[in-house]
Ligand binder design. Structure first.
Ligand SMILES: Nc1nc2c(ncn2[C@@H]2O[C@H](COP(=O)(O)OP(=O)(O)O[C@H]3O[C@H](CO)[C@@H](O)[C@H](O)[C@@H]3O)[C@@H](O)[C@H]2O)c(=O)[nH]1
Ligand SMILES: [Mg+2]
Length: 199
């Protein structure tokens, strides 16, 4: 951070452009950059809250549990929209551990007790406020507590898909898996596969 040692940010205004489902803000601020020059700038900021995601791994079957659902933002950007992802959800005021256990159950039907926090990441820091907490849990594919599928009353319509870890890696190469959080967790699994082999 040496270049920005004397940089300064002073927020002047934080306006709401849209506040229907999520919150689109326009932030006006004085920016004093690395060269000491001050200027007034504005940035649009999309605030959809923070979320959590989890890699559910079955060591016996060497497989992961993914979910497929329709994503409109991907659809309007040239994808069919039917993305294959790790289970994930918004925090809804809960702490991330509680939230991810609830989401894992709702979306996949796996009741996970021991979840391990791995890391936190901004998902798209140029435009979106969101941080995502990444978790890991061991599951037993033969011992599922429910059907999953999401909450019908919230129009969630989720397909639960079990994929061998090696096949999931190939699906990144082929483009069939093209969601950042999912790619990050699968790559984490590959980097830690010796540890996972003992689990
Ligand atoms: N009515 C309405 N519903 C919406 C809108 N936008 C999203 N939803 C619904 O709100 C629900 C949110 O479900 P969650 O499971 O809590 O969140 P998520 O969409 O899976 O989000 C997770 O993954 C995202 C993508 O990676 C992450 O961005 C997010 O942080 C979170 O981890 C979904 O049923 C979604 O369809 C909207 O504009 N209007
Ligand atoms: Mg979800």
């Amino acid at each position: 951070m040496t270049k920005f040692r004397d940089a300064k940010i002073e927020i002047l205004r934080d306006e709401t452009l849209s506040n229907h489902w999520y919150h689109l803000r326009k932030v006006t601020f004085n920016y004093t950059g690395s060269d000491g020059r001050a200027e007034e700038l504005t940035r649009e900021v999309y605030d959809s809250g923070n979320g959590a995601t989890i890699l559910l791994f079955d060591p016996k079957r060497q497989s992961v549990i993914l979910v497929r659902q329709f994503r409109m933002p991907a659809h309007v950007n040239g994808h069919s929209g039917w993305l294959l992802e790790t289970p994930a959800g918004l925090l809804d005021g809960e702490n991330a551990t509680e939230a991810i256990r609830r989401e894992a159950m709702e979306e996949t039907g796996y009741d996970v007790h021991d979840v391990t926090f791995l890391f936190r990441s901004f998902t798209s820091p140029g435009s979106v406020t969101e941080t995502l907490d990444f978790f890991f849990a061991i599951i037993d594919g033969e011992n599922r507590a429910g059907e999953g599928g999401g909450q019908a009353q919230e129009s969630e319509d989720i397909e639960v898909v079990e994929v061998k870890l090696v096949d999931a890696m190939a699906m990144i190469e082929s483009g069939e898996i093209c969601d950042a959080k999912t790619i990050m967790l699968l790559q984490w699994a590959m980097l830690n596969r010796e540890k996972l082999a003992d689990s």
